[in-house]
Design a protein around this ligand. Structure first.
Ligand code: ZN
Length: 351
């Protein structure tokens, strides 16, 4: 399935948080909501051109450049920007709707961390507004970034809870927005896995900043908060031990490799974009525990600014080492950071 639309100057990817192979496994296990989520995603894909147009026309509710957060309620339809529930200007007070208020809170914190820690002014570094849609679809068990907006489903409450409950899911999706505005990594094969990897890096780093955790105390899990009662204790990805996030009859087994020798070469999942990101995630984790998450985040962010759409793992590794060298020279990271980065990548089979 083609996951790109040519729009203006670049490609827009439609990436969902729950990978297709997980939804397939759930559908095979007879989970009705998984089938419905697949159908709703398909509907979105098939009507993408029309949706883009609608979303574009709806945009720019407040002047650009202010990095305002706006949360809309889709009211369990597949419409975007249906009813404005919270924004900074007209509706700044909590609504009592948990999905609205958590999304507003997490997206605001994400934006503030980008500014304070990375000196980045919103996702495009130009103060773009952060438009969010919650209560999208019916029991929709997924979240996605598309067309400059983050959209979150409610889940069915048993397998997945409301996606707004997870800061790392939200930070992951907003991370796709940063990638789209920087390296524009093509959502296929290794460049696509890099796209997923950088989104996971933003997911964990923003969460660690907001929760005041360091590398040793962070859980390094992505998506653990959205697991409902049936899957309590599982997560979608584990950055410290890729391949161990889940193993059960509903989701199947986490297929992420942690080393180049086990890289997935099949065609599913756009060439393994949610699978092979495990290798890069492990390298980030190994670096962060050595030099702290703050420094690793600065290095990865600077590398992202210099990457290009078709970059592969080896090229990303090269840019990450280069960024570490430049930042070490400026005393922005430890002097031995480049060595630590190299050592981390050696452990996952990249040198
Ligand atoms: Zn993603």
């Amino acid at each position: 399935m083609n996951n790109f639309t040519k729009a203006g100057s670049g490609y827009k990817c439609f990436s969902t948080f729950i990978p297709p192979y997980v939804l397939d496994s759930m559908a095979k296990a007879g989970i009705k909501e998984a089938k419905s989520t697949i159908i709703q995603s398909q509907y979105f894909r098939e009507n993408r051109a029309e949706n883009s147009k609608k979303m574009g026309l709806l945009g720019a509710v407040v002047p650009a450049g202010r990095a305002y957060v706006q949360v809309f309620d889709s009211q369990n339809t597949q419409d975007f920007q249906k009813e404005l529930k919270r924004d900074q200007e007209k509706k700044p007070t909590p609504t009592g709707d948990e999905a609205v208020d958590l999304t507003y809170d997490y997206v605001s914190k994400d934006r503030d961390c980008l500014k304070n820690e990375l000196n980045r002014n919103s996702l495009d570094n130009n103060g773009m507004d952060l438009i969010c849609n919650v209560h999208y679809g019916e029991n929709y068990g997924n979240a996605f970034w598309y067309n400059g907006q983050i959209t979150l489903g409610d889940g069915d409450g048993e397998i997945f809870t409301n996606f707004a409950k997870s800061l790392d899911v939200i930070a992951h999706e907003l991370g796709h927005g940063i990638v789209e505005n920087t390296a524009k990594l093509v959502y296929q094969d290794q460049s696509g896995a890099l796209n997923e990897h950088f989104a996971d890096v933003f997911g964990t780093v923003i969460t660690q900043w907001v929760e005041n955790h360091d590398a040793d105390h962070a859980d390094w899990l992505i998506g653990d908060e959205i697991m409902g009662a049936d899957l309590y204790g599982e997560a979608l990805r584990c950055m410290s031990e890729p391949g161990t996030a889940y193993d059960n009859k509903l989701l199947g087994k986490d297929p992420q490799p942690a080393h180049m020798k086990n890289i997935y070469t099949g065609t599913g999942d756009n060439g393994g974009v949610h699978i092979n990101s495990g290798i890069m995630n492990k390298a980030f984790y190994l670096t962060a525990v050595e030099i702290e998450t703050n420094q690793a985040a600065r290095i990865w962010y600077n590398a992202l600014l210099n990457l290009w759409p078709t970059a592969n793992f080896k090229e990303a590794f090269g840019e990450i080492v280069k960024a570490a060298q430049i930042l070490a020279k400026n005393n922005s990271v430890d002097r031995d950071a480049p060595q630590r980065v190299r050592a981390a990548f050696r452990e996952v089979g990249l040198s």
